[in-house]
Design a protein around this ligand. Structure first.
Ligand code: ATP
Ligand code: MG
Length: 307
């Protein structure tokens, strides 16, 4: 390891309360399916922050919540995990919620999200929190953004972060496009095939190689383009490399991409080059697929090093 003290990471984006259902039989419409239901923190920025915490990285989380009991329970849990939360509670809004229905084979049958607390936020919502965070942490820290930030907020956040290293996650097909005007400002983008289709405006059948070429043409400096069980394509220093994913016994797919982001960020925070950091992300994704929810019980820096 090249650095004894890892860099800090500050994540900005969604803080959600997730309900994860694992159906005991295939989920059917118009009836209730016997399931196990688990409640846990969620949202890409929150998942990434929690994983980073577990990986021993000093992590801040900036976001917004409602003025409800869900928020206090959620923030208490995150603080207890050692995450430095800075949040704005918005009166009249409920805390972001996500509900996922998984079939017995682990695939996602359906999901719904209510993130009005963030998607209807004023552009300057996080200005003061970011300013305060920048004063509190050393220069050279890493910033992470998720595309749950609506466009006006995203533009202000990027301004407020200045010249620091910024890694982003494209979140979903519907939200990925929010990053399009800012691709050349990002140091790295983490995205899946669907999100690459949304950004490049190519057809959904486009090969992953062609999606990668089109992404490179946007001026993006680095990316990790994932394709579920397919190889990931990594752009670094003008060259795209194909990296196979690790075999995993899948319990559920929730948060595998977020874990890949967190593992990569943690290795970068430890001073590794982007190219060397990505395999740590792939290991974190494999560990996450093997457990329920977005945070694998087995996730630790040691586990990634030993994998
Ligand atoms: N079926 C699978 N088999 C093996 N590895 C997988 C599988 N699905 C996902 N992964 C691992 O997780 C990584 C991210 O997966 P994926 O492309 O599904 O991201 P995503 O859609 O962004 O996920 P998320 O739901 O967390 O946002 C993959 O690159 C791979 O390492
Ligand atoms: Mg993802």
């Amino acid at each position: 390891m090249s650095l004894s003290v890892p860099h800090m990471v500050t994540a900005i984006g969604a803080i959600h309360h997730d309900t994860i259902a694992h159906a005991l039989e295939t989920v059917m419409p118009e009836t209730s399916t016997p399931s196990t239901l688990e409640l846990r923190p969620g949202g890409v920025a929150t998942n990434v922050a929690r994983s980073l915490g577990r990986l021993g990285i000093k992590t801040g989380l900036i976001g917004t919540v409602g003025d409800d009991g869900t928020a206090s329970a959620l923030l208490q849990k995150l603080e207890h995990e050692g995450i430095e939360t800075s949040t704005i509670a918005r009166p009249g809004f409920t805390t972001g919620q996500y509900i996922a229905f998984h079939d017995p084979n682990g695939t996602l049958a359906a999901a719904c999200v209510d993130d009005r607390v963030l998607s209807y936020a004023p552009a300057d919502l996080f200005d003061q929190l970011i300013e305060a965070r920048r004063r509190a942490i050393p220069d050279g820290s890493i910033w992470f953004l998720d595309a749950n930030l609506p466009e006006p907020v995203l533009a202000r956040v990027l301004d407020a972060i200045g010249n620091e290293v910024i890694v982003a996650n494209a979140v979903s097909d519907a939200k990925a496009n929010r990053l399009t005007p800012h691709l050349t400002r990002l140091d790295c983008l983490m995205l899946n095939r669907g999100e690459a289709v949304a950004i490049t405006k190519l057809g959904p059948q486009t090969s992953t190689d062609d999606l990668a070429s089109a992404l490179q043409e946007t001026g993006l400096a680095r990316f990790v383009l994932t394709a579920g069980a397919g190889d990931v394509l990594v752009l670094d220093e003008g060259k795209t490399t194909r990296v196979p994913v690790l075999p995993a016994h899948i319990v559920d797919v929730t948060g595998a991409g977020d874990a890949l982001t967190a593992g990569t960020l943690a290795a970068m925070a430890h001073g590794m080059s982007f190219r060397d950091a990505v395999p740590f992300g792939l290991r974190a994704a494999a560990l996450t697929l093997q457990s329920t929810g977005a945070l694998a019980d087995a996730l630790s820096w040691q586990a990634l090093e030993d994998f």
